[in-house]
Design a protein around this ligand. Structure first.
Ligand SMILES: Cc1ncc(COP(=O)(O)O)c(C=O)c1O
Length: 396
């Protein structure tokens, strides 16, 4: 039989999707499963975006320009302008989701075996994108005890080698919900300038920040213009995960012209979804105010209820819609499976994401789970109750 590639064998499985068959089985058995594991918001897509593609009268659904339509990129630049970020449409490449923007960024700045330093826990697919790009993730651990703040700069410096090309942060973070401060970004700016590295910031959750704290983008730091690459997306911002639109933004001309070659090779980002995404930029501010109020209420409820469970430790997130909880279990992979296969409380169970997949350091995070607060408050309350009841009876 012909052989598949070593890279293919090394591609990590999604730490979340592997539990799906167990959830499906639980549902077949008649259990009610609360999904705390996914990043698909239950929030409605803005009406302006849906309306834009409703009565469309195109005769041909053609390719768009590889870098995305000029009118869309111009409107994105205006959006950034309203958010203290000065870029123009030439600094933006529209991609098929933030996922493709990450692949283009990796492809544009790193060669095989190059290294990228990422504070962990991190978005699990960074492992997959790194494997498919042939590069090595070098993790620097951030701790639940510190609320997942940026590790000390010395910790980064210890890890820098001649192969290091970039530092990647996710701000605010998936899975931690941690929001980096301006001071933390400035510390990173110093280190990337000192060692001549790129700083990639995945800012797909930039609108979701709470408690009156503002988001500080790496693009707001003027000294970073040649170093900064931002990854962005409409998926979560407008609850448009299925549109598959994201973008890569950089003031570095070489990065943009290189990423454009990757963009040309795959021809075009989705044309129809660009029309919806362009219209989404006219979403009234009240939409975000309502969504943010909703997430804040959910977060408060979730954290309060989790803190009531004996021996559960939780970091308080200031952004995104995830949190990491440490549980009194040895292996959260086994626990997550057991919840679906063997447990129910009043016919309810929960699906959680075991956190080990969000670390690349072997053995770390085994007693942690990631919870996405993408359920309505009432469901969230029931889900945490189920978790609390489960922990009373679970035996490792
Ligand atoms: C941190 C982070 N980055 C990037 C992505 C990719 O999103 P998309 O490709 O849908 O834009 C996600 C999706 O969950 C994410 O959580």
């Amino acid at each position: 039989m012909p052989k598949i590639s070593t890279k293919g064998i090394q591609m990590p499985e999604s730490p979340i999707r592997k539990l799906v068959p167990f959830a499906e089985n639980a549902e077949k058995k008649g259990k009610n499963v609360y999904y705390l594991n996914i990043g698909q918001p239950d929030i409605k897509t803005p009406q302006v975006a849906l309306d834009a593609i409703k009565g469309i009268t195109l005769e041909t659904l053609a390719y768009s320009r590889s870098e995305g339509s000029e009118s869309y990129r111009t409107k994105i630049a205006e959006y950034y302008g309203r958010n203290n970020i000065s870029v123009n449409h030439d600094d933006i490449i529209v991609t098929t989701g933030g996922s493709e923007a990450l692949l283009f960024a990796f492809g544009s700045i790193m060669d095989k075996d190059d290294e990228i330093i990422i504070p962990e826990p991190f978005y699990a697919n960074y492992n997959g994108f790194s494997t498919s790009s042939g590069i090595k993730v070098v993790p620097v651990i951030s701790k639940i005890e510190d609320n997942f703040a940026l590790p000390a700069i010395e910790e980064f410096e210890k890890l820098i080698t001649s192969k290091t090309k970039a530092i990647l942060i996710c701000n605010p973070g998936n899975p931690t919900g941690y929001l980096y401060s301006k001071e933390e970004i400035q510390k990173l700016a110093e280190i990337v300038k000192k060692h001549d590295l790129f700083l990639i910031a995945d800012e797909v959750y930039r609108e979701f920040v709470y408690d009156g704290i503002s988001h500080f983008s790496i693009l707001e730091e003027p000294t970073l213009s040649e170093h900064a690459i931002v990854i962005d997306s409409v998926s979560k911002r407008y609850s448009m995960c299925g549109a598959r639109i994201g973008y890569l933004v950089s003031k570095n001309r070489e990065v943009i012209s290189t990423a454009l070659k990757f963009a040309q090779a795959r021809l075009s980002p989705p044309t129809l979804a660009q029309i919806a995404s362009e219209a989404a930029l006219d979403t009234p501010q009240t939409y975000f105010e309502e969504v943010i109020d909703e997430y804040v209420s959910r977060r408060n409820l979730l954290i309060e209820e989790l803190q009531k469970i004996p021996d559960v430790k939780v970091a308080k997130p200031n952004g995104a819609f995830y949190c990491i909880a440490e549980l009194p279990v040895k292996n959260s992979d086994d626990f997550a499976r057991w919840l679906l296969e063997e447990f129910d409380f009043e016919n309810n169970t929960v699906m959680v994401a075991p956190a080990a997949g969000f670390y690349s350091t072997e053995g770390v995070g085994k007693n942690q789970i990631r919870i996405a607060y993408v359920l309505k408050e009432e469901s969230l309350r029931t889900a945490v109750k189920v978790l609390a009841e489960a922990l009373k009876v679970y035996k490792d």
